[in-house]
Write a protein that binds this ligand. Structure first.
Ligand code: 5GP
Ligand code: MG
Length: 460
């Protein structure tokens, strides 16, 4: 199984289905750049389109004019930084059952997939992919229950972990959130139709209005008769706080709360904790931008863009030739010497994971003539791996695991380093403190990790 964080979207009773799915996936591109795909229906026939690469490239030859009727469908963008990119793992994952096509798109990671897959394989189930998502489909159709919804509920009761799911079925779409509510998923409305998506940043673009977040343990069916909800038994609510820190787009609402507002508050709360005096606050774009605005405003220190970003570089930038990591980092951001030279600078970073990128960035600032460089981080030290869908490396690779702040400061080459406190982070959110998953900072895992065998547990 490959761990991944992804973006999903589903629409129902909308004209130009592939076009609307395309725009939505394009807006969710930050959630996954490796591959993408859609499955859709015009209420008569079902169509599938998938490919490796960015949304724009995958759909460059797609004939949108051919599918202008009303219909419904789901789409997925996939982010997987480990394992070789593999065509077989492109989602939505699609199967046929009794002459009908079904598709599933998943954001999150199951924590008991190893055991479930072994069980299924020992019963003769043949898998086509190394996705944990495929397990859910097998469980659904192995169920002896009569109706699809009962089969689905029985299957979901067996899986554990993080899943925001969309299922494409002949009678519409099912939008599902796990009982802990790890990953975001929200509902929007068109004049006569609906949209469900990981984030609502595409809603303006596609002409939909935001309605609400899907609840923890909710199974929302969108079909001919409108909306109908079923519920799994709720667990401890554990929304991923890292979605606010880094992953989601600031113009999105996730878990019903504005990402922009939360990030700005992270910056304001950082200001309360800081001792450093400086001439300038600069962000490491883009993920550090909003927190840096909040910090500079509260400290009453000028905010400047000390790094300029090349906008044609995505989150994961792959060059067609082998080169050093240093060059890779430099291609994306370049310091503005006129801003930096002889200045005492506070650099705002949203998170430090391995510390390698940060080290290279700070070195760039030194070369550009910075007098002093302090780094402030709008989240606490990441010490523990995520088993619920964020692709953090193993414990050993996390710089903050087993190292003191002083040691990290030295490795990165800083004059000062401050991480936002756990309390400062939690109080930046409007949602209740005890309804977040903070496992990567605290090691307190809300769902027990029973049988995780490594990122590539299903690969030979
Ligand atoms: P580091 O200094 O640990 O090498 O990199 C820190 C940077 O990685 C931060 O700017 C942060 O925004 C970014 N980052 C955090 N989480 C992720 C992730 O899941 N994927 C990618 N590509 N970057 C991340
Ligand atoms: Mg960043």
């Amino acid at each position: 199984m490959i761990r991944e964080n992804c973006g999903i979207v589903g629409i129902y009773n909308v004209k130009d289905v592939p076009k609307i799915l395309y725009f939505s996936l394009f807006s969710l591109q930050h959630r996954g750049q490796e591959s993408c795909g859609i499955i859709f229906s015009d209420f008569k026939n079902t169509y599938i389109y998938k490919g490796m690469g960015l949304v724009n490239d995958v759909f460059s030859k797609f004939d949108f004019e051919k599918y202008k009727n009303f219909g419904f469908g789901i789409g997925h963008v996939r982010y997987s930084t480990t394992g070789s990119p593999d065509i077989k793992n492109i989602q939505p994952f699609i199967v046929e059952y009794k002459g009908e096509k079904y598709g599933i798109a998943h954001n999150g990671t199951l924590v008991n997939s190893y055991t479930l897959r072994e069980e299924l394989e020992s019963q003769g189930t043949l898998f086509q992919t190394t996705l944990d998502t495929e397990i859910i489909i097998h469980l659904i159709f192995r169920s002896k229950k009569e109706s699809f919804i009962d089969k689905l509920i029985e299957a979901l009761k067996k899986v554990k972990g993080a899943y925001s799911l969309l299922i494409f079925s002949p009678d519409g779409i099912y939008a599902i959130k796990d009982p802990n509510g790890f990953r975001p998923l929200c509902l929007g409305k068109f004049e006569n139709g609906y949209v469900v998506a990981s984030e609502n940043c595409a809603f303006d673009l596609i002409g939909a209005n935001y309605i609400r977040e899907i609840e923890e343990g909710e199974i929302l069916h969108i079909g001919e008769n409108g909306l109908k909800s079923y519920y799994l038994q709720k667990n401890k609510i554990s929304r991923c706080i890292f979605e606010f820190i880094y992953f989601a787009r600031p113009d999105s609402k996730i878990f019903g709360e504005s990402v922009y507002k939360a990030r700005k508050k992270l910056g304001e709360n950082l200001a309360r904790e800081l001792q450093f005096k400086a001439d300038l606050v600069i962000p490491i774009p883009d993920s550090g931008n909003i927190a840096a605005i909040g910090l500079a405003e509260k400290l009453k220190i000028p905010f400047e863009m000390g790094f300029i970003r090349n906008h044609y570089v995505g989150r994961t930038f792959i060059m067609p030739f082998q080169t050093s990591r240093e060059i890779g980092v430099k291609v994306k951001l370049n310091p503005v010497k006129e801003v930096i030279k002889d200045k005492c600078i506070i650099v705002v970073e949203d998170s430090i994971v391995r510390g390698t990128t940060s080290t290279l960035r700070i070195n760039e600032l030194r070369k550009a003539g910075a007098r002093n460089v302090y780094m402030v981080v709008s989240s606490p030290p990441i010490k523990y791996p995520c088993f619920y869908g964020i692709d953090f490396p193993t414990k050993n690779e996390l710089i903050a695991s087993g190292k003191t702040i002083k040691e990290i400061k030295k490795i990165i080459g800083l004059d000062g380093l401050h991480y936002l406190s756990l309390k400062g982070m939690l109080s930046s959110m409007d949602l209740p403190d005890d309804e977040f998953c903070t496992a990567c900072f605290t090691g307190q895992y809300p769902v027990e990790i029973s049988d995780f065998k490594g990122k590539e547990q299903f690969e030979k």
